[in-house]
Write a protein that binds this ligand. Structure first.
Ligand SMILES: Cc1cc2nc3c(=O)[nH]c(=O)nc-3n(C[C@H](O)[C@H](O)[C@H](O)COP(=O)(O)OP(=O)(O)OC[C@H]3O[C@@H](n4cnc5c(N)ncnc54)[C@H](O)[C@@H]3O)c2cc1C
Ligand SMILES: O=C([O-])CC(=O)C(=O)O
Length: 586
């Protein structure tokens, strides 16, 4: 017998209350679909988006009027090494000026120019100052604004609900299954359409990650399990500047890998090795510290591996040539964080090293954000296609609101009501899954869930890190298989316990872990964030995206699909060869 459960009926279920989910909900509400429920597995307003720091891109041209959306698109494609879907890139870049202005109208506290315009700063590998920002707490300000707007429109939400499975029959989605993390009650959501806005998968990496305890890959795992395909999972962005700390110092240790925003470099921060050399001159004399993230991250890793790094495995990032007042105004959170740790950024450098930050891959979707499974949409960091082999800083927040609007529109045009979950889905999938959840609660197995998660994260860092090769990737896949075996025999507390949540996390992390390793092994070239020491060059025959599908027999299947070509307008911007000239910043 399955355990008891509550049933909730809605027209549209939005799984995820970050910027993407909130923006989709606003679009639906504005188009008259009010029977929507937005839910998240944390407190409302506390999604990962609040961690976003440096800014959000859009060719407003506040400081550089020659910028326009086609150049934004061209920069995005170039830095994605042309593995991005050009149509999706254009969808995002073309609407961003409007999205930025609308956030302004809704009250976002952007940093301003002297005459009150939305200020824009330099960010890596972008031809112009295009990154709008609110100090260095852009995500927090943006989510406050979106949540406020959704509240004004009366959009219903639920917090602390964790979704564990989508109710789908391979072709169509009918809703989702989960539990209330406060009460332990199981819930089945019956929905006409489901929008997955559940964030990314970069937290499958170990302590060297800029992520909090989210982004375990819930979105990709839920979609994949429901029959949708994933794409580009092998591309994981290592942000050049995570905090490099003395791990034995209890005050510093928790900060290992936490982000030092790219805005520090955007505002003039310089990188030095322990010989006092500004080493980016050797790697990228034109774009210097503001070259693409993969280039800067690999340069730092190279300096450290050749013995010019600090004892904590990093290099120095120095912005102290800037005025102290300017630093406190433009980088307030960074300044305060280091000051609390006894370092004054206005006087001295900080130590930084690459940190796993963002998965470019995710759920494969069409131009409206719909997956291979009818009525199942994936948006924001959960979706794939916009960033290609390497994401431009500031483009992720852009993607959240742009695709929130696009998917919201599509769902609003199509939705006719709550829809009914067929009995065969309830008895064949929902109830057996609920029985599995009930059996997992209080399971008296051998292995500790926390220890297995740590083992998996360490495995990803070691086997699919900044540099990869066939031998390490293959042995990484074997290690994931072994962890999967142990994960079937874990010790877990009741439904409301952290260990129950972590046991679910461990399960979802396996999907992204396997996909990253499998794709990285299959892609026998180096491109963007994916660097194979045994195939150090890009290979034009790899101008394909790898798709990952659940196979009935034998687990994960992969196949490749060619990439489309950009529109004439964007091709013209590419041909014009715009490029950031770092030296105008100095
Ligand atoms: C430190 C840091 C700084 C960053 N700075 C920037 C920046 O300055 N500019 C930029 O463009 N990008 C930045 N990024 C990336 C950007 O913040 C994210 O990609 C973006 O905020 C993702 O938004 P989202 O709405 O897609 O997902 P999220 O904000 O991650 O929201 C996901 C939601 O899904 C919910 N959820 C997840 N799984 C489940 C489940 N199983 N059941 C129920 N709910 C679930 C979560 O509770 C949450 O509500 C940064 C990332 C990091 C780590
Ligand atoms: O502040 C940062 O460096 C992070 C950021 O912009 C991004 O990931 O897009």
């Amino acid at each position: 017998m399955p355990p008891e459960y509550d049933t909730v009926e809605v027209s549209v279920l939005i799984i995820g209350a970050g910027a993407a989910g909130a923006r989709a909900a606003i679009e639906l509400a504005e188009r008259g679909v009010d029977d929507v429920l937005v839910l998240g597995k944390r407190g409302h307003g506390d999604a990962h988006t609040t961690w976003a720091r440096g800014g959000i891109n859009g060719a407003l041209g506040t400081r550089d009027p020659e910028d326009d959306w086609t150049i934004h698109a061209a920069d995005t494609l170039k830095e994605g090494h042309f593995l991005n879907d050009p149509a999706k890139v254009e969808t995002v870049t073309e609407q961003m000026p409007e999205r930025l202005r609308e956030l302004d109208e809704w009250g976002m506290d952007y940093s301003r120019t002297d005459d009150g315009g939305i200020d824009q700063r330099y960010f890596g590998a972008q031809s112009y100052r295009r990154t709008a920002f609110a100090g260095d707490h852009t995500g927090e300000s943006m989510l406050d604004t979106l949540v406020g707007r959704a509240r004004d429109l009366g959009v219903p939400h639920r917090e602390n609900v964790m979704i564990t499975k989508l109710a789908a029959d391979g072709d169509r989605v009918y809703g989702a299954v989960g539990f209330d993390m406060d009460t332990g009650e199981f819930v089945v959501f019956n929905a006409g359409a489901v929008v997955l806005a559940a964030g990314g998968y970069a937290a499958i990496y170990d302590r060297h990650t800029s992520r909090e305890d989210e982004n375990n890959g819930d979105g990709p795992a839920l979609a994949y399990d429901a029959g949708a395909s994933l794409m580009d999972m092998e591309f994981v962005q290592f942000h050049p500047t995570g905090m490099a700390v003395d791990g034995s110092d209890p005050e510093w240790a928790p900060w290992s890998g936490r982000l030092v925003t790219e805005a520090v470099r955007g505002e003039g921060g310089r990188l030095y090795n322990t010989d006092g050399e500004r080493f980016m001159r050797r790697y990228s004399p034109d774009q210097m510290e503001l070259d693409a993230r993969d280039v800067v991250a690999r340069a730092i890793a190279q300096e450290v591996s050749e013995g010019r790094g600090t004892e904590n495995g990093g290099v120095y990032l120095d912005v102290s040539h800037r005025d102290a007042g300017f630093i406190r105004e433009r980088l307030p959170r960074m300044y305060e964080r280091f000051q609390d740790l006894g370092v004054d950024m206005a006087e001295e450098p900080v130590e930084v090293a690459p940190t796993a930050h963002y998965g470019m891959g995710g759920v494969a979707v069409d131009g409206h954000g719909e997956t291979d499974v009818t009525d199942l949409f994936a948006i924001g960091e959960t979706m794939a296609g916009v960033h290609g082999a390497n994401r431009l800083g500031g483009n992720s927040l852009a993607e959240t609101v742009a695709y929130g609007v696009v998917a919201g529109r599509r769902v609003a045009d199509r939705i006719e009501g709550p829809g009914t979950m067929p009995e065969r889905v309830v008895t064949g999938l929902v109830e057996p899954h609920l029985s599995e959840l009930a059996a997992l609660a209080n399971a008296d197995g051998t292995y500790d869930v926390d220890a297995l998660i740590a083992e998996l994260r360490e495995c990803l860092w070691t086997h699919a890190g900044i540099r990869r090769d066939e031998a390490t990737l293959s042995s990484g896949l074997d290690a994931v298989d072994r962890i999967r075996g142990k994960a079937a025999d874990v010790a877990v507390g009741p439904v409301t316990s952290r260990s129950f949540e972590y046991a679910i996390d461990l399960g979802v992390m396996m999907t992204s872990a396997e996909a990253v390793l499998r794709g990285a092994l299959e892609r026998t070239e180096s491109r963007g964030a994916h660097y194979r020491t045994d195939y150090p060059d890009s290979d034009p025959t790899w101008q394909h995206n790898i798709h990952y599908r659940r196979a009935d027999i034998g687990g994960m299947a992969t196949d490749t699909q060619p990439v489309a070509t950009p529109s004439e307008a964007v091709q013209a911007a590419l041909d014009a060869g715009h490029e950031l000239d770092y030296h105008q910043l100095e």
